[in-house]
Design a protein around this ligand. Structure first.
Ligand code: SF4
Length: 380
């Protein structure tokens, strides 16, 4: 029986072959040793870094506890090297129905020092791979750059972060004014893109007093949707927020577990998120409970969870258990039980199960059928 991964691996090899004539041996070595060639995708997709560090110093940002600095340097890979690295990553699936790509998770992609490289990364990914790309930004994107991005990838998913207007000096001292970010939304819309307000992190004690105004203004600027998401804190983040006068007591009250050193701990904000959702829907926004949904949406697709949560109104054809069973077998794994919960497919397979194979299978089912998947290995 042919292995289900053969086709993906052949495609990745073909992409690497196309690029190898453009890269020196040293450049190829750098690409295959880069973390982009090894990193596992997160639930929102594979994060692509366009720089290292960030000078914007948002007070709630966790990257500084991860070891990133307050300065920025361009990511050292050329666009072709980046694509080579992605095509070498064992967990990566190329193509429109492949791994989602997210730019902006540990840096700001449109800083003057990184903007050009970010756009060239978008260009190279679009040209060689075709995967859906999303970026999140607080920078001002002018009309020229908006058109440049739209010309390269008219389906790209732009998330514009605005979480405060009143407290922006304390919380985002070096980021462009929210005014400029609303203008970014206008420029992206004018260029034919689908800008989405990124309301993350929701900071309790701040969000409640501001979300209505931010949503109304984002709507007026032309945002088509809203992605809202929670806050994760470390001890450092808490002390920085406290220094800036944020009511940390409320954050502490909402924490679900203890804080350990630099570890990030989630803060429970689902009630505020629901209020943001209700307001967003009343204003006519599309509300996405997860960032990945916005990426799928701007690329003209939808997933099971979007149908279940009524983000879109559509019919969803679930794959049959037999279909899933056959795919699991073609991946060289032995299925024991297949079942659906509300929007997640749970597949139990027999041990031993190779970790890479299991993860890649999870990704393959997730992107092919647009359903959340969890594969669990079990001794029988
Ligand atoms: S712009 Fe983003 S990466 Fe930079 S400090 Fe702010 S939250 Fe962190």
């Amino acid at each position: 029986m042919p292995n289900i991964f053969d086709e993906i691996n052949a495609l990745k090899e073909e992409i690497r072959d196309r690029l190898s004539s453009k890269l020196s041996k040293k450049e190829i070595r750098e690409a295959v040793h880069d973390p982009h060639a090894h990193r596992r995708p997160r639930p929102c997709g594979l994060t692509v870094h366009t720089g290292i560090g960030c000078p914007l110093r948002c007070v709630y940002c966790y990257i500084y506890d991860m070891g990133f600095q307050h300065n920025i340097r361009q990511y050292p890979l050329s666009p072709e090297q980046l694509v080579y690295a992605l095509a070498s990553n064992p967990y990566f699936i190329p193509g429109r129905n492949g791994t989602l790509i997210a730019m902006g998770s540990v840096t700001e992609p449109f800083l003057p020092q990184t903007k050009d490289l970010s756009i060239r990364y978008i260009e190279a990914i679009t040209k060689y791979l075709g995967n859906p790309i999303q970026f999140s930004t607080k920078m001002y994107i002018d009309k020229r750059d908006a058109w440049r991005i739209a010309d390269i990838d008219p389906d790209i998913s732009p998330l514009i972060t605005i979480i405060t207007i009143k407290h922006r000096v304390e919380l985002e001292p070096y980021a462009p004014l929210p005014e400029l970010r609303f203008r970014t939304i206008e420029n992206l819309l004018e260029a034919g893109l689908k800008p989405i307000l990124f309301y993350r992190p929701i900071i309790p004690g701040i969000a409640e007093e501001e979300y209505e105004e931010i949503l109304v203004r984002a709507k007026a600027a032309g945002a088509i949707g809203v992605v809202a998401g929670g806050l994760r804190v470390t001890k450092n983040i808490l002390s920085r927020l406290s220094e800036k006068g944020v009511p940390v007591k409320e954050i502490l009250r909402r924490m679900t577990g203890p804080l350990h050193d630099n570890e990030q701990a989630p803060v429970m904000v689902s009630d505020i998120k629901m209020r943001i959702k209700d307001k967003a829907l009343s204003l006519g926004f599309i509300f996405f409970s997860q960032a990945c949904m916005a990426n799928i949406y701007t690329h003209g697709m939808y997933c099971l969870r979007m149908v279940v949560e009524r983000t879109v109104s559509a019919r969803f054809n679930l794959p049959s258990s037999t279909e899933i069973e056959n795919i699991v077998k073609k991946a060289g794994l032995t299925p024991i039980r297949i079942r659906f919960t509300r929007y997640t497919l749970i597949v139990r397979v027999k041990e031993p199960c190779d970790k890479v194979r299991k993860f890649l299978l999870q990704e393959l089912i997730k992107y092919r059928y647009k359903i959340c998947v969890s594969i669990k290995c079990e001794k029988t």
